[in-house]
Design a protein around this ligand. Sequence first.
Ligand code: PYC
Length: 331
Amino acid sequence: MTTTSFTLQEIFELAYRVMIANGCNESNANALAKIVQSAERDGSHSHGLFRMPGYVKALRSGKVKGDALPVIKKITPNILKVSGNNCFAPLAQEMGLKEIVQITKKLGVGVLSLTEIHHFAALWPEVEYLAENNLVGIACTAYMPSVAPAGGNSPFFGTNPIAFAYPIPGKNPIVYDMATAAMAQGEVQIAARDGKKVPLGTGLDRDGQLTDDPKKILEGVLLPFGGYKGSAIALMVELLAAGVTGENFSYEAKENDNGDGGPPQGGEIIIALSPEIIGGSGWSEHVKDFYSRLSSIKGARIPGERRHENRLDSGPREINTNLVNSIKSLL
Ligand code: PYC
């Protein structure tokens, strides 16, 4: 694979310029370009520049409004609803998160319901922001059907990612963000592009047979991670992100989508909790002890650690040259 070096600033500028060239106003372009830049900075390639062609398709078809102004409404003292008016998710998140932090610090629990948004990015930025403010964050969103429910072999669930973050005083927060599919669809697409195999169990071909060929899985169906347990979590994500918010279930998102290849309209739910208010002031010592016992286990994986390590490198990132050329052609 041929790559091209890009500084983090150049990554931001490329994403920003492409968004502006395709009809975004400054606030939408800025929010989206920041998300793309942070994905590349942290090594989350399937959610960074790789998503740009899909974002542009959604703007060019008119499905996403590049000048959308999300509207915030307080439903109760600690439930906020942000109607995105068909913006890409990052601007609606940016607006809602600032306010839900203040609410949760006062009331202990905050719920942010995002509707009429188009989410195609990673979810860790939203929960990590909460943890940086000493709050616990949980977020999930549904997508279009690509994952079979356990026992079935036709798509019903989206990749339905769920993210969680917990503040650890004096350390980076614990943060995870995982598709409830055995592998995020973007990673399967990257493996197909790069001619790599994926682990058996990732998905089925169109005849319902297990395969390690990502191209055949993209024609067939992904499987949930962990069999019926992952399937149950994918189901929970549908019910929280679509059932609770009143937005599209994955099958509705597909039925209502124009098929342009960009992210469909959907919802996201973000739940914030204050350990200080709920657990009392001893929470920080308690969780520090938990963290030090966990991290003393040789080889134990701490979710979010790899991304935080990648972040220490402020140097250029290597980006697939074909991808760079296809993004530049969108200017
Ligand atoms: O990573 O599959 C994904 C995803 C769907 C919606 C937002 N991110």
